[in-house]
Design a protein around this ligand. Structure first.
Ligand code: B12
Length: 211
């Protein structure tokens, strides 16, 4: 079934993708596994875009399909009530409007017990600074999927430091981050996977990590 879901996303068959995803969940499929499969399919779509086989319209449609599947899946991840273990201010960096991964990370973090203040996409450094002043989070999370977002991410880390807001740990995530970008931007941690991101957030706060 997961193969059918993968193929219908990559093949831009929106109705089938949603139908198969519903069936998979109704049959007791693992919601996290479903999101992983969707993400692999999005990678494939991204590669086709890079090769010139797909265009912006396909990127957009794949985003819509993914959102539809997320709407079915995320409530299942949040089903169990959990105690609050920390606060995260989260946004996609300036010049970047991708929000699917950010929203998934948010759902995973909330499911793990974090309170998440989502400040949206294309967020300029001043807005991060304002939000950190207002909410005093334990962690600032920045999502970045495109190369154009790297410098804004570095500027945001600097702006937080300049404003004296050094209390919160900074984690960056999304398809365009790695160890090198972490070093470049001055962040404390990076993750290109929501579950790992949540584990790192716990580690940054010195909380025990199980599993
Ligand atoms: C869907 C999509 C779009 C949709 C976005 C819809 C939306 N609402 O988000 C639309 C059509 C709008 C779009 C636009 C563009 N896109 Co686009 N897009 C994609 C695509 C196919 C999938 C992205 C996605 O959602 N992936 C799935 C999610 C789940 O993965 P993820 O974001 O990595 O998130 C996971 C982890 O990284 C992590 N995570 C995410 N955020 C965070 C944050 C924290 C703090 C933590 C801890 C973890 C974490 O958790 C998630 C779950 O595990 C990618 C290809 C790809 N492989 O990524 C291209 C891609 C990102 N896009 C690309 C490009 C070029 C563009 C455009 C510039 C195209 C254009 N010519 O206009 C514009 C940019 C607009 C802008 N200013 O931002 C390039 C970027 C290349 C680059 N290096 O810069 C990519 C890589 C495609 C490619 N291979 O060329 N895009």
């Amino acid at each position: 079934m997961t193969e059918k879901i993968f193929n219908s996303i990559v093949g831009m068959e929106e109705e089938n993708a949603l139908k198969f995803a519903k069936e998979y969940l109704n049959d007791g499929g693992d919601p996290q596994k479903l999101l992983d499969v969707c993400r692999e399919a999005m990678d494939e779509v991204g590669e086709k875009f890079e090769k010139g086989e797909y265009f912006l319209s396909e990127l957009l449609l794949s985003g819509e399909i993914f959102k539809g599947i997320m709407d079915l899946t995320l409530p299942l991840l949040k089903e169990s009530e959990v105690e609050t273990i920390g606060k995260i201010v989260l946004g996609t960096v300036q010049d970047d409007i991708h929000d699917i991964g950010k929203n998934i990370f948010k759902a995973f973090a909330e499911a793990a017990g974090f309170e998440v203040i989502d400040i949206g996409v294309d967020v300029p450094e001043e807005k991060f600074v304002e939000a950190v002043k207002e909410h005093n989070p334990d962690i600032v999370g920045m999502s970045c999927l495109i190369t154009a977002g790297i410098n804004p991410m570095k500027r945001t880390v600097e702006a937080l430091k300049e404003a004296g807001l050094t209390g919160a740990k900074i984690i960056i995530g999304g398809g365009r981050v790695d160890e090198e970008i972490k070093e470049f931007s001055g962040a404390d941690a990076w993750a290109d996977d929501a579950a790992r991101g949540v584990r790192l957030c716990k580690e940054l706060l010195g909380l025990g990590v199980e599993g």
